[in-house]
Design a protein around this ligand. Structure first.
Ligand code: PEP
Length: 236
């Protein structure tokens, strides 16, 4: 079971970030990975060596004239073991294409990172083929031997808590979609989209869902720790 916490551009201060880390613990069949803003990473990784950390974004080149970007080597040195790639906010607000995402995914895996790749359709009712094709393009450069370190987070954009008029997806809907995707790209799958303490069990009980990517609820310390406890009780 894998529970990821995508903090996005939160919290506002480093001391709040430290506070969020305080109660977090993985183990007992549940890997918990926190994705803080990259500027907090090194200090958090040093202060909480038992926690797994990742970066929310990375660039595929190892150095050079790429203003504002961070290489995989820099991410590793700062304490990251995971890379989150292809999040819908990076695609929507920063113009990331499947081709760019595929370079990030392949480079991160080749450098030994574990990767959570996010895919999902923009609008409820969109054809499944949109997600299937995006997933295939986003994984096109991945070496077969690296696939074991790749997890796909199926995140319907319309179900993400900060999307306008967002609507919760049902666990059955997520299961059906993930089952379809798994036949196309055979890796582990987690679900993301307004996961909370109230609905997490329903998602994690689905046969093809092996964890959750949590946004908003990961910024609420008690709720996030309760989500981890539920995952632990249902571990696969
Ligand atoms: C996300 O954006 O990855 C996410 C899952 O957010 P939320 O849980 O807030 O919907």
């Amino acid at each position: 079971m894998l529970i990821g916490a995508n903090w996005k551009m939160n919290p506002r201060t480093f001391s709040e970030a430290k506070e969020l880390c305080r109660g977090v613990s993985g183990s007992e069949g549940v890997d918990v990975v926190l994705f803080p803003p990259a500027v907090y990473l090194r200090q958090l990784a040093e202060a909480f060596p038992h926690i797994l950390f990742g970066v929310q974004n990375v660039y595929w080149e190892s150095e050079g004239a790429f203003t504002g970007e961070m290489s995989l080597g820099m991410a590793r040195e700062a304490g990251a073991h995971y890379v989150l790639a292809g999040h819908s906010e990076r695609r929507q607000h920063f113009g990331e294409t499947d081709e760019m995402v595929s370079k990030k995914v392949a480079a991160a895996l080749a450098k030994g990172f574990s990767v959570i790749l996010a895919v999902g359709e923009a609008t409820k009712g969109d054809d499944k083929s949109i997600v299937i094709e995006s997933l295939k393009r986003s994984t096109q450069n991945v070496a077969e031997t690296d696939m074991t370190r790749l997890t796909v987070a199926y995140e319907p954009i319309w179900a993400i808590s900060t999307s306008e008029n967002h609507e919760d997806a049902t666990p059955e809907y997520a299961q059906e979609m993930i089952h379809t995707l798994k036949q196309e790209v055979a890796v582990g799958y987690i679900y993301g989209g307004s996961v909370s303490i109230d609905n997490v069990a329903g998602f994690l009980q689905q046969p093809d869902i092996e964890g959750a990517l949590v946004g908003g609820a990961s910024l609420k310390k008690d709720e996030f720790n309760e989500i981890i406890s539920v995952a632990r009780s249902l571990k696969k």
